[in-house]
Design a protein around this ligand. Structure first.
Ligand SMILES: Nc1ncnc2c1ncn2[C@@H]1O[C@H](COP(=O)(O)OP(=O)(O)O)[C@@H](O)[C@H]1O
Ligand SMILES: [Mg+2]
Length: 433
């Protein structure tokens, strides 16, 4: 087993190959210089006998050395310690064996991350996931990712030392703004910057209990949309406290239901209008259309900070219910068709109420982000209870992305950003509305 691991390590890791090459090089030099170095000349007493004896011994030693080296490569540093620590927390199979560390190396896509490779010894991936926190504590690491290797018997634990966890606060800086259209930056995970490309994943659903940092993240995203030249509409039914004056000059803020319905209706019209334009020009999406025809159709983003307030039908009279149903159906159309035409939804909610966000809408919001949440809310947003388990109860601005990445969202506040040079979008004449 160790030999096999050693071979794998040799085949995959540069430093091991270098070590072996160095060993062979030294052996070759010794071999070439054996006569003068070890006094094996024919003129020496018993010279010939000594030489034959030495050569035989040397060959055996050389081969044994190679075997020894490969064996050593198969026994990664710290293996015993990891074994003991896993034993201590009872991370064992039914025969009482812990997983066996077979290799450790730095991740070649990210130099901060170490990969610990285990022979799982019959412990399935789900159990690693369930005991994630215990394993992290036992090995004094943060697990960035746990996954299966090329077979189910191999588990790869991507990690960083515990001291290098995510900071509690990360301040937004202007230079973080992505230059790529239409990439929005969310924050930082242990593996680097977390982004979402609205051209590929058009809509975002944001969840989290009160105080988890939803509004801050929403504003961070909208600020970037504005800077990138999108037309932003914000439905704010909470009296405008979350969106102070600077936002009013940058985007359209909607505060009433009728107004909202009118807006969504005009977005739907715009969608139909764009559909025809793109179809006539034979373009599959907005970016292609703009670049082929020289037009400058802007992306449109509709955001709502507490979408449950808008869509909740309980206690409404017939008329009210009808209004909400219309709003819902328009949101649904945008959710289904918005991608190609550059019309996007960013919806946030804190209410763990599955009935509020109709499946039609929810299923089409494929970028899911959840902050601190209970099991129910986490289930609604991410289809799993992971956010409840992996986001600390006192965390602010800490989120879990649908792909399992935990990240710290950038802390953004509109006034500080304005003082530092502003984030407002400068309108250019060639933009159509
Ligand atoms: N990314 C962040 N980093 C650090 N602190 C944050 C972050 N986002 C929010 N906070 C803190 O949490 C508080 C609540 O954030 P807010 O976005 O209003 O939460 P929510 O909208 O989920 O109720 C903010 O006033 C701020 O102090
Ligand atoms: Mg809020």
């Amino acid at each position: 087993m160790r030999l096999k691991c050693g071979f794998t390590a040799l085949l995959t890791q540069k430093n091991k190959q270098l070590a072996l090459a160095a060993y062979v090089a030294v052996a070759v030099i010794l071999w070439v210089l054996r006569v003068p170095l070890f006094g094996l000349g024919a003129d020496q007493p018993f010279g010939e006998m000594k030489r034959i004896g030495f050569e035989n011994l040397f060959c055996v030693g050389f081969i044994a050395g190679i075997a020894g080296l490969i064996l050593l490569f198969g026994m990664p540093y710290g293996g015993k310690c990891i074994h003991d620590n896993l034993q201590r927390i009872g991370f064992i199979n039914s025969a009482g064996e812990t997983p066996l560390l077979t290799a450790r190396y730095m991740d070649n896509t990210n130099p901060h991350i170490e990969v610990l490779e285990f022979e799982a010894n019959g412990i399935p991936l789900t159990e690693w996931e369930n005991k994630r926190e215990k394993i992290e504590a036992a090995l004094n690491i943060h697990a960035v990712k746990i996954r299966e290797g090329e077979s189910k018997r191999r588990i790869l634990l991507h990690c960083v030392p515990a001291g290098n966890g995510l900071p509690k606060v990360l301040h937004w800086e202007e230079r973080f703004l992505s230059k790529d259209s239409f990439v929005l930056v969310l924050g930082e995970s242990l593996t680097g910057r977390v982004t979402v490309n609205l051209a590929q994943i058009p809509h975002i659903l944001l969840g989290g209990s009160t105080g988890s940092g939803k509004s801050v993240l929403l504003k961070l995203l909208l600020m970037q949309c504005i800077q990138k030249g999108a037309v932003v509409f914000i439905a704010d039914f909470k009296g405008g406290v979350d969106f102070p004056d600077v936002w009013h000059s940058q985007c359209e803020i909607i505060t009433g239901e009728k107004e909202l319905l009118n807006l969504l209706a005009s977005l739907e019209d715009e969608l139909e209008h764009r559909k025809h334009r793109l179809k006539d020009a034979g373009c599959p999406n907005l970016d292609t259309y703009n670049s082929r025809t020289g037009a400058a159709l802007r992306r449109m983003v509709f955001a709502c900070d507490e979408v449950a307030e808008v869509l909740d039908k309980t206690g409404l009279d017939k008329q009210g219910k009808e209004l909400v149903a219309q709003i819902e159906s328009k949101l649904s159309v945008i959710a289904r068709q918005g991608r190609a035409f550059g019309i996007h939804l960013i919806l946030a909610t804190q209410r763990p109420d599955a009935n509020i966000l109709a499946g039609q809408i929810r299923n089409n919001l494929d970028c899911r982000v959840c902050g601190r949440a209970d099991n129910v809310l986490s289930q609604i947003i991410l289809d799993s209870t992971d956010a409840a388990e992996r986001i600390p109860k006192d965390a602010q601005g800490r989120f879990l992305l649908h792909d399992g990445t935990v990240f710290q969202g950038y802390l953004f506040d509109e006034y500080t950003a304005l003082d530092k040079g502003g984030w407002a979008y400068e309108y250019t004449a060639n933009h159509e509305h």
